[in-house]
Design a protein around this ligand. Structure first.
Ligand SMILES: C[S@@+](CC[C@H](N)C(=O)[O-])C[C@H]1O[C@@H](n2cnc3c(N)ncnc32)[C@H](O)[C@@H]1O
Length: 232
């Protein structure tokens, strides 16, 4: 029988089943598997297994993330939500007092995201292009504390900076999964990562974490950064 213990990050859990240990989140909507993930019932609570092979945030935690800005009650802007795999775990973590504004522009994925949001009232789906934050700014209310970005586009740092400028102030966090091969397929991985990271640092963002996601995600870096000066 599985046991579940709190992880050092509030809202994240470690499930132990025999010799296997997995990350999990406590489900906001018990009885529902979002993308086929395993459900573990402990007493009245249900936990959803969170695989680092399905989610770069879970991979970053597995690879030693030390700062986890997404916490119970957080107000998050999530860029590149796809069908909502990672968004659903973030929704579990932030709980009913938090909110995830989830931006996705591909119609097929957006349909799944809208369905997910129907069952989870802390997800606000936004069918828009993350490169144009002013278009969806009217849909976002209050201050955003964390922007999570996983859009697999050229100029990932630039997209994060534009969104931080639009929605965030001093002390806000940026989390960025850099996919090197979407940015440049010829230059070395390190050159691609360093260029994106320098762009963030040159805008005054403090680089708090820089995690290589190999072998869980090929050619990906996970960056956590923080707004330390006025970005306008
Ligand atoms: C790697 S997938 C995201 C996976 C997701 N973050 C997860 O962990 O569940 C990248 C997504 O970003 C979306 N995307 C790419 N460029 C975008 C843009 N400019 N605006 C909004 N979504 C974008 C793609 O359609 C795709 O669904």
């Amino acid at each position: 029988m599985a046991t579940v213990n709190p992880h050092k990050f509030t809202g994240v859990y470690t499930s132990i089943d025999g010799e296997y240990s997995s990350l999990s989140t406590k489900s906001l909507v018990p009885g529902t598997s979002v993308y086929g993930e395993k459900l573990v019932k402990v007493g009245q609570d249900e936990y959803r297994i969170w695989s680092p092979r399905r989610s770069k945030l879970a991979a970053a935690i597995r690879k030693g993330l030390t700062e986890m800005p997404i916490q119970p009650g957080s107000k998050v802007l999530y860029l590149g939500a796809a069908s909502g795999t990672t968004v659903s775990h973030c929704s579990d973590i932030v709980g009913q007092n938090g909110v995830i504004y989830a931006v996705e522009f591909a119609p097929r994925s957006a349909r799944d995201l809208v369905q997910l949001a129907a069952a989870r009232t802390n997800i606000i789906p936004i069918i828009e292009d993350a490169r144009h934050p002013t278009r969806y700014a009217p849909l976002v209310s209050g201050t955003i504390e964390v922007i999570y970005q996983d859009v697999a586009q050229p100029n990932q740092a630039g997209i994060l900076i534009e969104n931080l400028k639009t929605f965030c102030s001093f002390g806000a966090w940026g989390m960025l999964a850099i996919k090197a091969r979407s940015i440049d397929s010829t230059t070395s991985l390190n050159e691609v990562y360093n260029k994106e990271i320098s762009e963030l640092a040159n805008r005054g963002l403090e680089i708090v974490e820089n995690i290589d996601l190999e072998p869980l995600e090929k050619d990906h870096r996970f960056i956590v950064c923080r707004v330390t000066e006025d970005m306008t």
